[in-house]
Design a protein around this ligand. Structure first.
Ligand code: F6R
Length: 592
């Protein structure tokens, strides 16, 4: 997710130093390029790929004349991180400047049409169509505000847009859909930002505009207009958060915020459906698939194996990246080797990618644009989770899973599964609404030293991921097993002191998993079942139960049943007094 700031100052002083400070407040979120546009008789733009400090050192962003302007930090999605792709973007004549956050699904068609009408483009971003569309509508006689309204009517996807135009000096306009935006009323002037922490030092009275509304900022204030041009009166709320709390949007830790971001991560990643289809068409006949990854990304890959084998009926392997070299020679040109990585930088996966490229097609599914795997793989899909700050992967994991479902659908030609995924964001929201229940539950588990997680089929990787989340942040030893494996050894460890978490959604494996649950129950284990709401039989056989929407069956369970396990690990950790965002000995990017 990119960062946006805009401001119009009341007094006669330059806005650039304030814009620079505000945008620097978003540094913690991660980004790959930075840019500012101010108005001083004409629009001036400075922008480049790189970190704020470095770009400032070379371009002197703080030193730009003009009493108002807009600024942006980019987290690349459509188009690589380059100087040209950095925001703000301009129209043909350089009179309209725009910063944008979000993803436009129909930008290629709009761009093609605009090129046909004589517009030229400098970047490969989706955003650049916006200033050109605004220009076109202004040339047809509309003012900036109405040109923006007409433009967003043509856009499909998510956006927060902030724009200014030379012809309407002193004014900034802003609007949003499925992407956050805050308006700030401060002593020095009026602000707009994608993230409240950016402007908190200048404005604590904040309004969040609703979808369909357009905010018009000038030195006299902020007006909000609805779709019928009616002025909306809304009282600002006073933000009492500290800057640190605001960065976490009021959540105690980034991990909890990122768990809450998951419905959007899934929804936005579903927007990669056509890209995935295009890649699979380009590759042609895929006879065999091999996933390569580490840690949580490896767990996403196991779900991928089950999906591809069941939907496409072709053979699929999953290999831990550091073990790849031992079987690398068996892959050939009919094999698609898929690399899953949130960072796109993991050293073991990179080594395996270079090896796989010698024989096979390679596809990287990564969250960070411009990362090493993004650059080197033959094909790339970016999960749309946005920057993840917590070390433990949560929303990037759900983004990976979503992309993997799209991959399985594209290879098998079976679109039914992706239709089912449309409901997943609301299922995740339902689980998250039970956070307080899970918090209470966690208090009954915070004394334990060991826990088993059991699942079969699609629930097996859920068990592995639930156990990994618990151990990496709470330092409680959690171990995930294929439920049928238990009797081959680990059952010896089960007694009254061993909590066993059984992931048991409705579906083909339900009865067999219930038999495994009975096995551990007979040994006195304290069972926490994660199963379907309304399943009284399951409830009666378990000490505790987390109930999930009954419509979630085994095949889509990984996207939903993982969420309560993330929350359980999170609350056990916080209850123990540890910081879930920064587990000991671990790092977000592992380049060794
Ligand atoms: C666990 C976690 C790690 C990563 C692993 C691979 O929460 O985040 O297990 O999944 O280090 O990292 P990436 O996905 O960046 O290749």
């Amino acid at each position: 997710m990119c960062g946006i700031v805009g401001c119009v100052l009341k007094e006669n002083r330059d806005a650039a130093p304030i814009l620079f400070r505000c945008i620097s407040n978003l540094e913690y979120r991660g980004y790959d390029s930075v840019g500012l546009a101010t108005f001083d008789n004409k629009i001036n733009v400075k922008k480049a790929k790189g970190k704020i400090r470095d770009v400032n050192a070379s371009l002197n962003l703080e030193n730009m004349a003009g009493k108002y302007g807009i600024a942006h930090t980019r987290w690349a999605s459509a188009g690589r991180p380059t100087d040209e792709n950095a925001h703000p973007h301009l129209d043909e004549k350089g009179r309209v400047a725009v910063v944008h956050n979000g993803t436009l699904e129909n930008y290629s068609k709009l761009k093609e049409k605009l090129i046909g009408e004589g517009h030229t483009f400098k970047s490969t971003t989706d955003t650049e169509v916006i200033p050109h569309l605004i220009e076109k509508h202004m040339d047809e006689g509309l003012d900036l505000e109405h040109a923006l309204r007409k433009t967003v009517e043509m856009l499909k996807g998510s956006y927060a847009i902030v724009a200014m135009c030379e012809d309407e000096a002193g004014k900034i306009v802003a609007t949003r859909k499925d992407s956050p935006l805050s308006l700030g009323f401060g002593k020095e002037g009026y602000f707009v930002a994608s993230d409240t922490p950016a402007i908190l030092e200048y404005a604590r009275d904040v309004i969040r505009p609703r979808e369909g509304e357009i905010a018009v900022l000038s030195k006299n204030g902020i007006e909000i207009h609805d779709e019928n041009d009616k002025t909306i009166e809304r009282k600002p709320s006073k933000i009492t958060w500290t800057a640190d709390m605001a960065k976490k949007e009021g959540y105690d830790y980034f991990m909890l915020k990122e768990i809450n971001d998951q419905p959007l991560a899934v929804k936005n990643t579903l927007g990669q459906k056509n890209n995935m289809k295009r890649i699979i068409n380009e590759i042609g006949d895929v006879k065999r698939v091999c996933f390569v990854a580490c840690g949580t990304s490896y767990h996403a890959s196991i779900t991928g194996k089950y999906l591809i084998e069941s939907l496409a009926g072709i053979s699929c392997d999953v290999i831990i990246a550091s073990e790849f070299k031992y079987s690398a020679k068996t892959w050939d040109e009919d094999t698609l080797v898929v690399f899953i990585s949130q960072s796109g930088e993991t050293a073991d996966s990179m080594t395996a990618l270079r090896q796989a490229k010698q024989t096979s097609h390679t596809l990287a599914i990564v969250n960070v644009a411009g990362s090493a795997m993004w650059e080197e793989a033959d094909h790339v899909i970016q999960t749309q989770a946005g920057p993840e700050i917590g070390v433990a992967a949560t929303k990037t994991y759900l983004g990976q899973l979503t992309a993997i479902y799209l991959l399985a659908a594209a290879i098998s030609g079976n679109d039914k599964i992706t239709e089912e995924l449309e409901n997943v964001p609301s299922y995740i929201e339902e689980v998250i609404s039970k956070a307080d229940e899970i918090k209470e539950l966690s208090k009954r588990y915070n004394f334990v030293h060991n826990a088993f997680y059991l699942g079969r089929g699609f629930s097996y990787p859920i068990a592995l991921e639930g156990a990994l989340k618990l151990k990496e942040i709470s330092y409680v030893h959690g171990e995930g097993y294929a439920a049928g494996e238990l009797k081959h050894g680990p059952l010896a460890l089960v007694d009254e002191d061993m909590p066993v978490i059984v992931i048991i959604p409705p579906g083909a494996d339900y009865d067999k998993t219930l038999t495994n649950l009975e096995e551990v129950r007979a040994r006195g284990a304290s069972i926490l079942a994660v199963g379907s709401e309304g399943n009284d039989d399951l409830k009666s056989k378990s000490k505790e139960m987390i109930s999930i929407n009954p419509k979630v069956t085994d095949i889509i369970a990984p996207l939903v049943y993982t969420v309560p396990l993330q929350l359980l690990a999170y609350y056990v950790t916080v209850e123990k007094g540890y910081n879930p965002d920064q587990p000991r000995n671990l790092a977000k990017v592992i380049t060794v």
